[in-house]
Design a protein around this ligand. Structure first.
Ligand SMILES: Nc1ncnc2c1ncn2[C@@H]1O[C@H](COP(=O)(O)OP(=O)(O)OP(=O)(O)O)[C@@H](O)[C@H]1O
Ligand SMILES: [Mg+2]
Length: 470
């Protein structure tokens, strides 16, 4: 006897009785019902499986199926159908039935199906219980990732978000520094206050100065009216100074004075304006080196760098690549009005091993380009940009960066750069990312990959994913 409770629903008592007999003989707990509504009333007992007759006078099998799936989505439903209603059975599968059997049922086949569906519902059950954790782990404030390296970044954000200290974010280009800056602001207590960003490398020095500090009427030719600078606009909130290393030494002096006095004058003005802002700064350069070279003021450095967050390059968090791919396919789906169901294991393998010098921004471009290239609904190796395809021949070696972060925390994760991920691993990662993209909904995940649920389950089993999620 097992603990598994199975319901049999059939308006013909002989048919239902026979199934119940087979099940009891195989050791299951069985309860028999003569109509859909009776079965639905008993759903609180949480049957693992319901064997459901397709045609019943009071309430049709499909309707009962829908109601079961609405209420107990974890219950596996096996449709019992006569030979001439196989079409309807297919419809039932689409509605979430796990399988169907044709009357008269062959005892051995029937019990085989029961066992298989029990296995499936077990997986679904496990996955559901992980769903909540996963949702939290895989995206944090629009930052996609679940690798230990990116989770470390999430922890740092959590540690600093509620304080008012200045934060310095460093990391290579395209790693997501701006996303981190926004996450700090939008998860903190000042989230309803302004988040104002300034790119310190985009503007000429004098423009940057008026952009930051504003100007008074007549401060210079063309200054027709008074202009409030971004510092003023950011009052009470966050000022994000992007590419801080590119700020001129002259402006650095002015910024330093503001940080010390918490007030400033507009260009051409004398009135002290007090504002209270948190400054978050970011750069892909090594700011400490810039200090050594005399390009950046040391006193300003210490004002800005109160709390440091290092955003690791993508190649140090390869676990996130398939996840990001899934996210990006979905993101561009509407923009391009083009549906790509999946990335072939081969192409995924190449991407998992590529060194991504341009990090997530580059990955984003590659996915976009490949989606445009593909005509088949699948991204294959041939659709990847040439340089990515060519990387397959290269040994997986670390990049010698023009920028090095000697002080960057090196975690064990970086070792994974060097191990070659197998083709199989590509398939496994594809399965995982499909599951994650669909919040672990097996039906949707198998649809996303254009494979049947059965194949999906088989592959989950093959990769040991039916027992655990790693
Ligand atoms: N973990 C992530 N999840 C989702 N999108 C990401 C992630 N990291 C980066 N991106 C996306 O990649 C692009 C680059 O990110 P972002 O602008 O934050 O990088 P950056 O480090 O500021 O780059 P740069 O140094 O070149 O300014 C953006 O479009 C961003 O939305
Ligand atoms: Mg940026």
């Amino acid at each position: 006897m097992t603990d598994d409770l199975i319901f049999v629903v059939d308006d013909e008592p002989e048919v239902g009785g026979l199934l119940a007999y087979y099940l009891e003989k195989a050791g299951y707990r069985v309860e028999q019902f003569s109509s859909g509504p009776n079965c639905l009333k008993a759903l609180d007992q949480n049957p693992r499986i319901v064997c459901l007759d397709m045609h019943m006078p009071e309430m049709d099998g499909l309707e009962v199926l829908k109601k079961i799936k609405d209420r107990n989505s974890g219950t596996g439903v096996i449709m019992v159908t006569s030979n001439n209603t196989v079409d309807t059975a297919v419809q039932a599968l689409k509605l979430g039935a796990a399988d169907y059997i044709i009357k008269p049922a062959d005892q051995e086949k029937f019990i085989g199906t029961i066992k298989e569906v029990l296995d499936q519902t077990r997986v679904v059950g496990q996955i559901r219980s992980l769903e909540k954790d996963m949702k939290q782990a895989f995206a944090y404030k629009n930052i996609i990732g679940e690798s230990p390296a990116i989770k470390n970044v999430f922890t740092q954000i959590e540690r600093v978000k509620d304080s008012n200290v200045n934060v310095y974010i460093h990391g290579e280009s395209g790693t997501g520094k701006e996303l981190v800056a926004r996450a700090i602001h939008f998860s903190g207590p000042e989230q309803n206050r302004p988040f104002i960003d300034i790119n310190c490398s985009a503007l000429a020095e004098s423009l940057l100065e008026t952009e930051m500090f504003g100007h008074e009427k007549g401060a210079f030719t063309g200054a027709i009216g008074t202009h409030r600078g971004k510092l003023e606009l950011a009052d009470g909130g966050t000022l994000f100074l992007d590419e801080i290393a590119d700020m001129s030494l002259q402006l650095q002096v002015k910024l330093l004075r503001f940080l010390e006095e918490k007030s400033f004058e507009r260009v051409g003005g004398t009135k002290k304006i007090k504002v209270d802002v948190r400054v978050v700064s970011a750069t892909n350069k090594d700011l400490q080196k810039e200090v050594e070279k005399g390009n950046f003021r040391e006193d300003l450095y210490y004002r800005l760098v109160v709390f440091t967050i290092h955003v690791p390059p993508l190649r140090e968090r390869r676990d996130d690549i398939p996840l990001l791919c899934g996210y990006l396919l979905n993101k561009f789906k509407d923009e391009l009005n083009k549906e790509i169901s999946h990335i072939s294991p081969d192409a995924m393998d190449i991407m998992n091993n590529y060194r991504w010098p341009g990090n997530v921004r580059q990955l984003q471009n590659v996915i976009l380009q490949s989606m445009l290239m593909s005509q088949s609904g699948i991204i294959e190796v041939a659709h990847l940009p040439q340089e990515i395809q060519k990387s397959r021949q290269e040994p997986v070696t670390p990049l010698k960066e023009s920028v090095s972060f000697e002080d960057s925390p090196s975690d064990d994760n970086s070792k994974s750069d060097f191990h070659k991920i197998s083709l199989d691993e590509g398939e496994k990662q594809t399965l995982l990312s499909a599951l994650k993209m669909t919040n672990w909904n097996i039906s949707e995940a198998s649809n996303l990959l254009s494979i049947s649920r059965t194949t999906f389950y088989r592959k989950l089993k093959k990769h040991g994913l039916s027992q655990s999620r790693d």
